[in-house]
Design a protein around this ligand. Structure first.
Ligand SMILES: [Zn+2]
Length: 309
């Protein structure tokens, strides 16, 4: 069979050899999570012509204003939802990705001892099948080859992050099964599922040390100590994505979430040159794969490109 020519306008690595565009779906709990976890990776793949869809499970309605320079948001949950929709659109534009809301309501981060009950009707209390159905539907519609989400702990102790993991794993397992989620679209089987790594202890240490070596002040010392004290086992890194050329996109996306991100906060505490030199990658853990691949990897589509040949 003669090779199918790739359209001249597209990046040569954005399509499977058969000419079908590659598709990446990043499943996140709240607006802003897509900008703090794996953001530069999505910006890179999008720039290379991969179709990238960020799916946001909740509206982030119960997020507090975390930016001391922002002021207040009026109008309760509705008001916060409206503000965060505008922020999310700007962040998606900065990353060059499409974005889709699942429409669940933020569970909030419960605080206190004992922890208060979760608010009625919130995402984390929705039964798993009911919570997964709209994600299965968008998986069947968008037809991603690769999906990303959080590890089973949520990567961060927020009930919505744990729930986000559960629905993503459920959709990855069930979307290709014609017997499941009937009435929610034609079956589609994604090929790989990854967990985002975010701020690994190794990453924190590397940038912390680099800042100190340069004579700067690092905000990460206490964070590193508390992480070590809690002795949370570090999860395995299987995949490093080189994406430092897109750190400026990530930063613009973070700043777009103006209610959540302090422009003088820790997200921006690492000088760009230090970060590019010491940690130019984002890390992932390959959780499930339906195609053969060799670890460690440097491409989320490793094995997928070959499988689609
Ligand atoms: Zn979140």
């Amino acid at each position: 069979m003669p090779p199918t020519p790739v359209p001249a306008t597209s990046h040569p690595h954005a399509h499977a050899p058969g000419g079908e565009p590659l598709r990446l779906m990043a499943v996140h709990a709240h607006p802003d999570d897509e900008s703090s976890k794996g953001a530069a990776t999505t910006a890179r793949y999008a720039a290379e012509g991969v179709e990238v869809l960020v799916v946001t499970c909740t509206g982030g309605e119960r997020g507090d204003v975390l930016n001391p320079h922002y002021g207040t948001v009026e109008g309760g949950l509705e008001g916060m939802r409206a503000v965060r929709r505008v922020e999310m659109a700007a962040a998606a534009a900065a990353l060059g990705v499409r974005q889709h809301w699942l429409g669940f309501v933020d569970s909030g981060l419960p605080e206190g001892d004992p922890l208060p009950p979760l608010p009625e009707g919130c995402f984390a209390l929705v039964p798993l099948e009911e919570a997964s159905a709209p994600l299965v539907e968008i998986v069947r519609e968008f037809r991603p080859h690769v999906m990303t989400t959080y590890d089973p702990t949520g990567g961060y102790p927020h009930p919505d992050h744990v729930m986000c993991h559960r629905v993503a794993v459920e959709a990855f397992a069930a979307a290709g099964d014609p017997e499941r989620y009937r009435g929610h679209g034609e079956p589609w089987t994604p090929l790989k599922l990854y967990y985002n790594h975010g701020f690994s202890l190794a990453r924190l240490r590397a940038v912390h040390e680099a800042i100190l070596e340069a004579g700067g002040e690092s905000p990460f010392g206490d964070w590193i100590e508390s992480r070590q004290a809690r002795e949370i086992p570090e999860r395995e890194v299987t995949t490093h994505i080189a994406c430092s050329d897109w750190f400026d996109r990530r930063d613009a996306a973070l700043r777009a979430h103006a209610t959540q991100i302090d422009p003088e906060g820790f997200f921006f505490a690492v000088p760009r040159a230090v970060e590019v030199e010491r940690w130019p990658t984002e890390e992932y853990e390959l959780a499930q794969s339906r195609v053969p691949t060799q670890l460690p990897e440097t491409d989320l589509f490793a094995g997928v490109r070959e499988a689609l040949r």
